[in-house]
Design a protein around this ligand. Structure first.
Ligand SMILES: [Zn+2]
Length: 508
């Protein structure tokens, strides 16, 4: 069984005076945290204990009871009448910070000793304990009650006394039968929110290695992310090599155009004002627009990738590593736009990874080297070209590929996504067998088994040359911006037409 945690964020609706209560409550929480951090610093041995034992030890050191009338560092000197659950939440928060601080300190000391042993100078500054505390108060059981979809009753420090208050909640509903964690009171700007972690258990199908090596029918969804029109191209492929489905997620041009327009506007505004004020965001509204669109698109695209994988029951999702952003020349708007498109790829990957995880799908990445230059069928180098151009050479970013070795022709992004999927399976297969038997193993597939007619016709990368003229017919993913051309112009017929009908095809 595997576990996934999500946070449900809900807006709290309260009167204006209650915002001050939440603030007072948080201030007190941080005072208690700081107090316990000091206690731990005075008794560092506590950190060797488990959290549970440490809690007991810290309470013994600070909490007055009949059995323990004179603790070493009484909490009452800082704040009186702290509810037990409030205290425990603060202790755990302080323990977390202390563990982090002391492990940083230990690492620093080690590095220092190492440097000094070598006779080198060591300039790194030691980590410092937190000077200010800004933790959000966790509400352990006992600090809240009567939770429904629309309201909750919370126990908060008002600044004068402890008080139960009923607050209305709006926002996402809690899923039924989810395992709730302790909610937290979170301040963002002037608004207070209730964040509730929920834990979900699901059956996992084992590590990617196990899935790929033990089950030949494991379905892998491989994704090629781009900064052009096809933001993402996904293919579903079994480990043994049958290709089951492809989808193209379009819209890159629109996002790029929109972003470039706004960046151009920012550049012009900056030019007009001449100087940029320090520590002050310029063109706030325009920047917000850009950010929101990027965020929105990343969520939409990642969601569609995961939906597609789920729909075809894929259990592994694979991307390529992003590599480095190659700086380009050009206007501010062009450079800025490409940078943001590149960042968005990273964001789509991160979002897809957690969305996939929640659907029980594991994500992996493969080496990006030459994924677009390699033929998915025979692994020789391909020619990449735009429609209407001869199928030779390599035009970076062009939409079509042709392989002169095996006659494969098709969409360049789709070819890349197939190569990405193959790299994942190769990673695990290589260790067991040399590459030649692998090819032999795939041979029976070439003789036309196992691919549903539908998948065959929709998804083969190879197209008969005549179809190249008809731009909207090309695969499932004809970018609409391609110009219409006469059917024969610039298209060479390579390979036997019969070779196009099945995929993957025999090498020889
Ligand atoms: Zn080829």
């Amino acid at each position: 069984m595997a576990k996934a945690t999500t946070t449900i964020k809900q807006v709290l609706n309260y009167g204006p005076e209650h915002a001050a209560w939440f603030a007072a409550n948080q201030t007190l929480f941080n005072q208690v945290c700081a107090f316990y951090f000091d206690v731990i610093q005075a008794h560092v041995k506590i950190l060797e204990l488990s959290n549970k034992e440490a809690l007991t030890a810290l309470e013994k050191l600070t909490h007055i009871t009949q059995r323990n009338p004179a603790p070493v560092m009484p909490l009452d000197e800082v704040a009186e009448d702290i509810p037990a659950m409030f205290r425990r939440a603060a202790i755990h928060a302080a323990l977390g910070s202390a563990r982090s601080f002391f492990s940083h300190l230990a690492r620093w000391q080690k590095a220092k000793e190492k440097a000094e042993a070598k006779g080198k100078k060591f300039h790194e500054r030691p980590p410092v304990p937190p000077r200010t505390w800004n933790k959000s108060a966790s509400l352990y059981a006992g600090m809240w009650k009567e939770r429904s979809d629309s309201s909750i009753v919370l126990k908060v420090w008002t600044g004068i006394c402890w008080s139960w208050m009923k607050v209305r909640i709006t926002g996402r509903e809690l899923p039924i039968d989810a395992e709730l964690g302790s909610p937290q009171l979170i301040r963002k700007g002037n608004q207070w929110y209730l964040h509730t972690p929920i834990e979900r258990q699901f059956k996992s199908s084992g590590t990617i290695e196990k899935q790929v090596t033990t089950n030949k029918q494991t379905k892998i969804c491989s994704v090629d992310l781009n900064i052009n029109e096809n933001i993402a191209v996904c293919t579903i492929r079994t480990v043994e090599g049958s290709i089951l489905a492809t989808t193209f997620i379009h819209g890159g041009q629109r996002v790029n155009g929109f972003r470039k327009k706004l960046l151009g506007r920012i550049a012009r505004n900056r030019h007009k004002t001449g100087i940029l004020a320090e520590n002050e965001q310029d063109n706030v509204h325009l920047w917000n627009n850009i950010r929101h669109v990027d965020e929105q698109v990343a969520h939409l695209v990642s969601n569609r990738i995961v939906q597609f994988a789920k729909q075809h029951e894929a259990t592994v999702l694979v991307f390529e590593h992003l590599g480095n952003l190659k700086p380009t020349k050009g206007k501010y708007s062009k450079r800025g736009n490409e940078k943001r498109a590149f960042w968005m790829k990273g964001r789509i990957f991160r979002y897809a990874r957690y969305k996939a995880y929640h659907a029980g799908i594991l994500t992996s990445r493969v080496n990006p080297r030459n994924t677009s230059r390699e033929c998915a069928r025979c692994h020789s180098l391909v020619a990449r070209y735009a429609e209407g151009q001869p199928a030779e050479g390599y035009t970076y970013g062009a939409p079509l590929v042709a392989c002169h070795q095996c006659g494969m022709r098709g969409n360049a992004d789709r070819n890349a996504s197939l190569v990405i999927g193959q790299r994942l399976t190769q990673r695990y297969q290589k260790q067991e067998k040399p590459p030649t038997p692998l090819l032999a193993k795939r041979e029976p597939k070439g003789s036309g088994v196992g691919i549903p007619q539908d998948a065959k016709s929709r998804n083969r990368p190879s197209l008969q040359s005549a179809r190249h003229g008809d731009s909207n017919e090309h695969g499932t993913g004809a970018p609409h911006r391609r110009q219409k051309l006469s059917a024969t112009e610039g298209v060479k017929v390579v390979g036997k037409p019969s070779a196009h009908l099945t995929y993957p095809c025999r090498k020889a």
